[in-house]
Design a protein around this ligand. Structure first.
Ligand code: ARG
Length: 477
């Protein structure tokens, strides 16, 4: 048991208590961030004259060595330490003796862990955003290819009106675009530095909190030390954004599963992204899509868990908050995995344009347009609706589409129909006359594609001047 405390205790910690309390098995995930934060802290202590320049340089150098020893497998993180903070500090003291013992001056594990978690999730916001961007790039490619691929649009999973595949994919484009904008907002809001808050009430040392914030690329220090150590809103916001991403992926997966089914055959998932059955030789199953859909619950679970953990915690730090980590890490890794696999799946999938357009033609998806035709010839809409209803019934009894009816047949139901009805209700004209921005018509769609292209050409990660990575600048002091 290697702990950072014990002076006021007269008994050893019970082993079960030690194990229950320890967090090293999971907080080692942010060893880099813990070391980065310590380097920034020590640089500041040096700058403020709280440590000598020599002490500062020795500690920074040794922390760097500990980091590369862990990274290159020379130093193992083992569970003989209570948490990652103890591991780093104990190793520093082993290597530097008394100088190492000065690292924790003016700091508490409460502001330290608040910083580590923030640094870790802040970086993961960027990784997640990049994966969503890659998915958007793939979607846009498909949209450009399929502005003329007609398919049925559905409501209630019943064929409704013809649209194009580009238009359908474009709906998901909007969803994932909103996901990115959420990530951008979250990043900006979480980008303040809690280091220097101490245990809860700041410290008596003349810390320069602006300086540590700047070293780590934060917009500035947090403004209330109690809030600094007990705020996990950014975890909740990130998990909420991740849950929304999963909800979008899951809806998309559900559609792909339907489209890939034997009955629809709108798409065929590539062999590389499908699996077989151990007993039924004919099977090729959409397991990846099903798994992404399935993993959505687990990400929602992480969000619900942290919301519940936080709801009864009095200010300031309480150990409950250690529960912010495991499920969050799991959710982040899950979402990143799902995004990468999903992008791979859709970029290798075959779209059967012929099956889609046949399906649109045989589902009365042009019935609204037939009614609009009558309206344009002076029939009140409610009457036109009734007439076309009778046309549909006529077709259903004979197993044909509206455009399969002869003009005489159409006229027998309503004399207003003329030869030009066939053109008015062809799938192509149904789609391409819908030209308001946001509609599926080819020209409207091309306008939107140009906007999306422009959107992808600019990246908020460049525009917002994001600084990430190890604390920099203090080595030269
Ligand atoms: N492992 C702890 C956590 O994750 C670190 C902070 C410990 N602070 C304390 N006062 N016990 O929250």
């Amino acid at each position: 048991m290697a702990q950072l405390w014990g002076g006021r205790f007269t008994k050893e910690t019970d082993q079960l208590v030690y194990n229950f309390n320890a967090s090293i098995s999971f907080d080692q995930k942010f060893y880099r961030q813990d070391i980065e934060g310590s380097i920034a802290h020590v640089c500041m202590l040096g700058k403020q004259g709280i440590l000598t320049k020599e002490e500062m340089q020795a500690i920074v150098k040794t922390l760097d060595e500990i980091r590369s020893d862990v990274e290159e497998g020379r130093l193992a993180i083992t569970d003989e330490y209570e948490d990652i903070h103890s591991f780093v500090e104990a190793n520093l003291i082993d290597r530097l003796g008394d100088t190492g013992k000065k690292l924790h001056t003016g700091r508490s594990r409460n502001d330290q862990v608040a910083l580590d978690m923030r640094l870790y999730t802040r970086l993961e916001v960027l990784y997640t955003d990049t994966l969503v961007k890659e998915l958007l790039e793939e979607l846009l490619k498909l949209m450009e290819e399929h502005t003329e691929t007609i398919m049925p649009g559905f409501t209630h999973l019943q064929k409704a009106q013809p649209i194009t595949l580009a238009h359908h994919l474009g709906a998901y484009f909007e969803m994932f675009k909103r996901d990115r904008s959420r990530l951008r907002d979250i990043y900006a809001r979480m980008n303040v530095c809690p280091l220097g808050a101490g245990a809860l009430a700041g410290t008596t040392y003349p810390l320069d909190r602006d300086y540590t914030a700047e070293l780590m690329g934060f917009a500035g220090p947090t403004l209330n030390s109690m809030d600094s150590v007990s705020d996990r809103d950014y975890v909740i916001e990130f998990l909420s954004a991740l849950s929304t991403i999963m909800m979008h992926l899951s809806r998309f997966c559900e559609e792909i599963i339907i489209w890939n089914s034997n009955e629809y055959q709108f798409v065929e998932i590539d062999d590389a992204y499908s699996t077989g059955s151990s007993i039924m030789p004919q099977k090729k199953n959409p397991d990846i899509a099903e798994l992404v859909r399935g993993k959505t619950g687990r990400v929602y679970g992480a969000l619900l868990s942290i919301l519940t953990t936080m709801k009864g915690i009095p200010l300031a730090y309480n150990k409950d908050m250690q529960e912010d980590k495991e499920l969050t890490f799991d959710a982040i890794d899950t979402v990143k995995g799902c995004l990468a696999l999903f992008t791979g799946m859709i970029s290798t999938m075959t779209f059967h344009a012929d099956r889609m357009s046949e399906s649109a033609r045989h589902g009365f998806t042009n019935a609204t347009d037939a009614a609009d035709y009558l309206v344009n010839h002076g029939v009140p809409f409610r009457d036109a609706h009734g007439i076309v209803g009778r046309v549909v019934l006529y077709c259903l009894e004979r197993g044909i589409a509206i455009d399969d009816m002869s003009l005489d047949e159409l006229k027998s139901i309503c004399p207003v129909f003329e030869e030009d009805i066939y053109d008015a209700i062809s799938m192509e004209s149904c789609v391409n006359r819908r030209l308001t921005i946001g509609a599926p018509g080819k020209e409207a769609m091309e306008q939107v594609i140009a906007i999306e292209k422009e959107y992808l050409a600019h990246d908020w990660q460049d525009e917002d001047g994001i600084v990430q990575g190890m604390a920099h600048g203090c080595e030269e002091m």
